[in-house]
Design a protein around this ligand. Structure first.
Ligand SMILES: [Zn+2]
Length: 484
């Protein structure tokens, strides 16, 4: 899909819902965006200083007052908030419930997922946040080239905890006036058997003539693989909203190839970067062209040194932190997402929007999870090239790379790299193992042990929405580095 600045403007002007969004900040000059962000931040900090249990205490500890934090520059004085601070006391991150106006009643709770230690943490939205979020969703649809004529198949599971994937897909359909068909996959309580199989979800995609699917990238890939195996036709499909994880180039190419075989044309695989703390996703305007902040008036994304909290110069890679600028439920300031990335605040050369966007450095992905920057026996491994090699192997349904520690009583004992694989049916496991060993050696210069396991051991859609592709099992993990 090729885009020019003019096409993006034309697209915006050709749909009433986008055309009438006169205050949309990302079409303003970057300096104007900063002015809006400064204004909103000052108001947010005033509320936080009055009503927010965690930051009231933090400000007192550091001798900070609301008047000290009036703009984005001042924000650097606020210490970083780490995942463990929030997970330990999620209720303390909610603006006091005895507040502010009638539109601040509690409306919805979603949860962080993929939690490997402790309970999932609740994230609260008031009515104020829901309305702001609906506009955010509409703007996300505009950036991703979705229109009121689209038909979305919601491939997120109806899971055991309310997760933004399932609910925000529903809301972005609502906000842009699109039709939403629920695949309703997953499996919850046997007492209430409401869930659909993947087979049924493929039926739905065909019969509703879905033009967009929205789900976890790796699940969508399995879905497409199964649809192709069954000889289905998905010729109406034009956008894959691939969320929840980095979808590298070869994985996108694989999905595009399968869709082309099923009759689809001009496919846009949109690897939007989404997270609970933004209650949505940053979509791409074109593939690899930038992951856009759809609501810079609500969220400020910052690249920092994760240890000192110092802001990094624009264009440098570092830890990503988000600050809420206009929220009333859960409010976070300088919250470390656990990802490494690069932000550009200028005008996007592909679509002309400002507001801040993540840019691709290499390998076709925007972020690396902090836990993926690993050393094995003193050698730093490159997760992107490892991922690329493994994504490319035919007959590999799913995989997981596990790093285990050696025997601590034996100084000659070293860390081990284990690749757990779920082979697709009909493939020879022995030759698959050999190919994987060869490719991993090529990518990271380490010979792995390859183990075949049932897919449920790698990817249980009820336990976690996404595959944890890299697991450091050497112990002593920092929760900032394992939870997402
Ligand atoms: Zn763009």
């Amino acid at each position: 899909m090729v885009s020019t600045l003019m096409q993006a403007r034309e697209f915006k002007n050709s749909w009433r819902i986008y055309r009438e969004d006169h205050d949309c900040p990302y079409w303003k000059h970057p300096e104007e965006v900063v002015e809006i962000q400064n204004r909103n931040l000052a108001q947010q900090v005033d509320l936080v200083a009055k009503y927010h249990p965690y930051y009231r205490e933090l400000f007192a500890e550091h001798g900070l007052e609301a008047g000290d934090i009036r703009n984005l520059e001042d924000l650097e004085r606020v210490p970083l908030t780490r995942k463990r601070d929030y997970l330990e006391k999620p209720m303390d991150f909610r603006l006091s419930p005895r507040q502010i106006s009638p539109r601040d009643i509690l409306y919805e709770v979603t949860y962080t997922t993929g939690v490997t230690t402790g309970e999932p943490a609740p994230f609260f939205n008031t009515t104020h946040d829901m309305f702001a979020g609906a506009l955010q969703m509409r703007r996300m649809c505009e950036i991703a080239w979705m229109t009121p004529e689209d038909i979305i198949l919601n491939l997120f599971p109806f899971g055991i905890a309310p997760h933004i994937g399932f609910y925000r897909t529903m809301w972005f359909c609502a906000a842009a006036g699109m039709r939403n068909v629920f695949a309703f996959t997953g499996s919850g309580f046997p007492e209430f058997p409401v869930h659909n199989s993947m087979h049924r979800a493929i039926d739905l995609a065909e019969t509703c003539m879905a033009s967009v699917i929205s789900g976890i990238g790796s699940y969508e890939r399995r879905f497409l693989r199964e649809a192709r195996r069954q000889g289905r036709g998905l010729s109406n499909l034009r956008i894959v909203m691939a969320l929840g994880e980095a979808v590298p180039r070869r994985m996108r190419d694989d999905m595009r190839e399968m869709l082309t075989e099923m009759g689809a044309r001009d496919i846009f695989i949109n690897n939007a970067f989404g997270f609970t703390e933004m209650q949505g996703a940053m979509p791409e305007c074109v593939e690899y062209g930038g992951s856009h902040n759809p609501s810079p008036e609500l969220y400020f994304l910052e690249v920092v040194d994760g240890d000192t909290g110092r802001r990094k110069p624009e264009g440098e890679s570092g830890a990503l932190a988000v600050t809420h600028l206009n929220r009333r439920g859960t409010v976070l300031l300088r919250y470390l997402l656990g990802d490494i990335g690069i932000v550009d605040y200028g005008v996007c050369p592909n679509c002309g929007r400002s507001g801040g966007r993540l840019v691709v450095k290499e390998g076709g992905t925007y972020t690396a999870h902090s836990s993926e920057l690993l050393e094995i026996n003193g050698v730093r491994i490159d997760p992107v090239s490892l991922n690329d090699e493994l994504c490319d192997i035919k007959g590999l349904e799913e995989y997981q790379v596990v790093i285990t520690g050696g025997d601590s009583s034996d100084s000659r004992s070293h860390d081990k790299l284990v690749v757990r694989i779920a082979p697709a049916s009909g493939f020879n496991v022995g030759s698959l193992k050999q190919e994987i060993a060869r490719r991993v050696k090529r990518a990271v210069d380490i010979s792995p042990r390859v183990e075949a396991v049932p897919i449920g051991e790698i990817y249980d859609i009820n336990a976690s929405l996404k595959v944890q592709r890299l697991v450091d099992a050497r112990g002593g993990q920092d929760p900032d580095h394992v939870i997402r």
